[in-house]
Design a protein. Structure first.
Length: 225
């Protein structure tokens, strides 16, 4: 029986095919798994004023922290970025709570204490944000509308969710905002509620993606109209 790769030419073509497949298929596949997989941050029990609750999104149980606040202000939903968790925004959420806003901090799928194995970099996470809004409405905390805040991948999810919801009244930060040299702290969502100058969203989103250190345009009047 004649060998499968009997000639030198056949052996060379076999090697080219093997290496080409590894380069064009295997390498992108491996890179996508690294990109879509996440490293979970440690999960902690909430402390007052936060209470842990669950949000159901596309068959996944998502972890959230809720502080009820008052019913006369728009409810705020804070969404973390890739590889982060809701704990990073407990301080900012507490500031919004002191101003009377109901606040929900959300762990997106495959992050923190939420179920899920892979991230879609904001694609399906949009439904996680929409599920959080629905959960707030069920609790009677969405009567004054919502202001959404997202960082990095969370900004993608927030922008996509806001385009589908009529009662989103505050916008994510503008990507043109400048970062102070050497600044590494996360953006401050509470800055959205200082003074004036912002604009409500309605069904239209006019915002870019947020980088660390960017600031939200001030929109106290827009949020409380």
């Amino acid at each position: 029986m004649r060998p499968l790769f009997a000639t030198r030419r056949q052996r060379l073509l076999a090697r080219v095919g093997l290496y080409g497949t590894a380069l064009l298929v295997g390498l992108p596949l491996a890179a996508s798994q690294v990109l879509l997989g996440t490293t979970r941050q440690p999960v902690h029990a909430p402390r007052p004023p936060w209470e842990e609750t669950a949000v159901a999104s596309e068959g996944l149980r998502l972890r959230a922290w809720l502080a009820r606040g008052g019913e006369t202000r728009a409810a705020a939903v804070l969404v973390h970025g890739l590889g982060d968790s809701l704990e990073s925004y407990a301080g900012s959420g507490a500031t919004l709570l002191r101003r009377g806003h109901p606040v929900l901090l959300l762990d997106l799928r495959a992050h923190g204490g939420s179920e899920g194995r892979l991230t879609t970099l904001g694609g399906r996470e949009r439904e996680d944000v929409r599920a959080a809004l629905a959960a707030l409405r069920e609790r009677g905390l969405g009567r004054r509308g919502f202001v959404l805040f997202g960082v990095s991948m969370g900004a993608v999810a927030v922008l996509r969710a806001a385009a589908e919801e009529a009662d989103v009244r505050g916008r994510p930060p503008d990507a043109r905002a400048r970062r102070a040299p050497g600044a590494r702290r996360p953006p401050r969502p509470e800055a959205a509620l200082d003074g004036a100058g912002g604009a409500p969203l309605g069904r239209h989103v006019r915002a870019g993606l947020l980088g660390h250190g960017a600031r939200i345009p001030r929109s106290e009047r827009a949020l409380n109209r």
